[in-house]
Design a protein around this ligand. Structure first.
Ligand code: NAD
Length: 493
């Protein structure tokens, strides 16, 4: 069993309290690593190191080009270690190795992209409307950033947040999820090896209400960037407001996958299956509501059941596995509770609906791919995020009804539209209230494309060029070029 330490000021260190917590392999149900249980005193050390590094350390004195080249070097180290890091994430969160390895091989792009952007952050001269005045706007890093991440894609979220933050010149303290912390600590070693100076990248593991809360409350944290549930996100938003911190929130969803009768049905069936059953439904962008046009409903549902029921459940490390375990015991119970709620609400369970058992299923917690038909928009199963392999089917007759049902939730993270009518696709993309719209595809994500939610799905956007602005302050500088004494000092210039 591996025992980890915190990463503070460029070194692996024990917690001040000397306490630990276990990381449990969701497939085997056994403890596979011991993680340091960081608390307020550790956060204090990490934030002090970050503040010092940002203001006095070499990162602030380096040229932006040098900083960028270190991030690009880090990209290479991640690529070299992709297999090892992906295996660690699978031990931690039980997601498929094929999925985590795919992510790990893609993550270097974030570091290259923002590394390349580091020396392209230019201020600008303003052609100011006042005589004898030279005015310009320049950028500065916002300050020390706290990055709080969820368990489902730990190093992908570190890339979303820390690559632009470091490129902007900010120091970061990452608090990964208590359910998947190991890969972030392994990553810290690569960050140091790449040349990120001590204190610029720190990792304090531990629990949300302990280490997480201490970070959100800390007066020297300028910004909190968070990925997690909307309940925690709202609490962090309120807490951060007390000390006027900037906040970026990437939260949950109840995304619709909308299939029109004119769609390519084979592609749509595969897209719907991928939307909800990939990652065992444990993804913020899960297409957990299928809206299907009533004229093709029976045929579509039949094909959907055929494909979903052929999914192989089992060991997430094996390449042939399609559905792995649910990551945590509480999440497992929550999914089963929602299945009960749906049944009690009158939804018709047409596939799965219970714990999975059989060959390849060990001590972990598995749930069969589950589909409910005859769901109505007012049911909880159509409104609340399950975060598991549970699909709700709602029928619609026309485009207007599809839009009404699709937008009828508090969330607005993503939406899928399946149609061969491009005019319809263009109308739908405008009518849907979601941060990402996929047409004839689903679950596509890129370092180049802004990602984030509307409504309760969050605040701000990650990825793409603009995301770096979250980590920058704009400073307006006015310089008088006049030799004469100004006029009346009691009026605005
Ligand atoms: P969570 O909200 O329970 O925890 C997220 C992080 O916040 C963890 O690191 C946790 O320790 C920390 N935390 C918890 N309480 C805290 C507190 N009081 N103060 C400070 N930090 C605290 O979420 P989770 O269960 O890890 O992840 C699943 C959720 O994340 C789902 O709702 C999912 O939709 C969402 N998610 C969103 C995105 C996105 O990009 N929009 C991506 C992945 C997951």
């Amino acid at each position: 069993m591996k025992t980890y330490q915190l990463f503070i000021d460029g070194a692996f260190v024990d917690t001040v309290s000397g306490s630990w917590f276990d990381s449990i392999d969701p497939y085997r149900g056994t403890i596979w690593a011991k993680l340091p249980r960081g608390g307020e005193a550790d956060v204090e050390r990490a934030v002090a190191a970050a503040k010092r590094a940002m203001t006095e350390g070499p990162w602030s004195r380096m040229s932006a080009t040098e900083r960028g080249s270190i991030l690009v070097r880090l990209a290479g180290l991640i690529a070299d270690n992709a297999e090892r890091l992906a295996q660690i994430e699978v031990r931690d969160n039980g997601k498929l190795l094929t999925e985590m390895l795919g992510q790990m091989r893609y993550i270097p792009h974030w570091w290259r992209y923002y590394g390349g952007l580091a020396d392209k952050l230019q201020g600008h001269v303003v052609p100011i409307d006042k005589p004898d005045m030279f005015a310009f706007v320049e950028h500065e890093p916002v300050g020390v950033v706290a990055a709080l991440t969820a368990w489902n894609s730990p190093l992908l979220f570190v890339a979303f947040k820390c690559a632009p933050a470091l490129a902007a010149g900010c120091a970061v303290v990452v608090k990964p999820s208590e359910f998947a912390s190991a890969s972030t600590l392994e990553f810290a070693e690569l960050a140091a090896l790449a040349g990120i100076p001590p204190g610029m990248f720190n990792v304090v593991t531990g629990f949300g209400p302990e280490a997480g809360k201490a970070l959100v409350d800390h007066p020297d944290i300028a910004m909190v960037t968070f990925t997690g549930s909307d309940t925690t996100g709202a609490a962090i938003y309120a807490q951060a407001a007390k000390s006027m911190k900037r906040v970026a929130l990437e939260l949950g969803g109840k995304s619709p996958n909308i299939v029109f009768a004119d769609a390519d049905i084979d592609a749509a069936v595969a897209g719907v299956v991928s939307g909800i059953f990939a990652a065992t439904g444990q993804t913020c962008i899960a297409g957990s509501r299928l809206l299907v046009q009533n004229s093709i409903r029976n045929d579509f549902v039949e094909r959907l059941i055929e494909m979903a029921s052929s999914a192989r459940i089992g060991d997430p490390m094996l390449p042939q596995t399609n559905i792995g375990p649910i990551t945590t015991p509480s999440q497992y119970q929550k999914v089963l509770d929602y299945i009960d709620i749906a049944k009690r609400e009158g939804a018709r369970c047409i596939l799965g609906g219970k714990p999975a058992s059989g060959k390849g299923i060990s001590g972990g917690q598995f749930i069969e791919p589950t589909i409910f038909d005859d769901v109505t928009s007012r049911m909880r199963i159509a409104q609340e995020e399950v975060f598991g392999p549970v699909l709700s089917i709602l029928g619609f007759d026309d485009e207007a009804e599809a839009v009404r049902i699709a937008n009828d939730t508090i969330y607005g993270l993503a939406a899928g539209v399946w149609t061969n009518d491009m005019k319809r696709a263009l109308r739908m993309r405008k009518a849907l209230r979601a941060g990402t719209i996929w047409v004839n595809t689903y679950r596509a994500v890129s370092f180049m494309m802004p990602f984030g939610g509307m409504k309760h799905s969050g605040l701000g956007r990650e990825n793409g060029i603009e995301a770096i602005n979250d980590f920058l302050e704009r400073k307006s500088v006015w310089i008088s070029t006049s030799d004469s004494i100004p006029g009346n000092p009691f009026v605005m210039r």
